[in-house]
Design a protein. Sequence first.
Length: 242
Amino acid sequence: MIYKRIRKTLLRLLKAPEHPPDPPAGSPESVQIFRAAPNFLKLQMLVWGGGFAAGLAGEIAYIAFEHFSEVDLDFGPVLVGYLLLAGTLLGFVGKFFLIQIDYDMRYYVVTDRSLRIREGALHIDEATFTFANVQNLKIHQGPLERLLGLSNLVVETAGGAGGGSGDKPGKSSRGHQGVLRGVSNAKEIRDQMLALLKRYRDAGLGDPEDRWRETPAGGVSGGLSPESIERLREIRDELRLV
């Protein structure tokens, strides 16, 4: 209860949205919302906690050294040490809540036509990817993530593959790459998205640029149904907004 009140207050101060993002383009009945696994929060705490513990140990060692290094004690350096320690402990409390809130505000929303990723509360990143542009899906897993049963599902869109970042995903959305970070069922999500991609393209709704090239100069649809042509126009309009 205390955490929920603090979270609500912090979100108001940060002017961050409290609710999941609106679903991207697609049929309402196809909307699926995926979240990072609880172990992802543990991983974030573990990585941050290691650095915090090292800094705290250094400050305690500094205070102890100043206390016992001389008989005639100069309280100036000791006071500085205690002030640094107090600041570190206050920072610990603030960072703890920010990591927790960041985890709570992380959403991956999938429809039959597109994907939307939103993360963060202090710095909010949101990106939408249409299946018309998705080129590749791959799974990345580091040693700590493997230990905790976590994976990152990387979604690469046109122009995003081979972008020089190797196999390591960066932020959840950067350029032509989206990352569903810290999920425990990456293979299941990937298979679902591959099935949606196949259904999407089997319906004649693949890369819109290729489709428009196939349209004869006289404006004949090349055998596409009116519904497919209308859908392609919607995709074209969406891509212009990207």
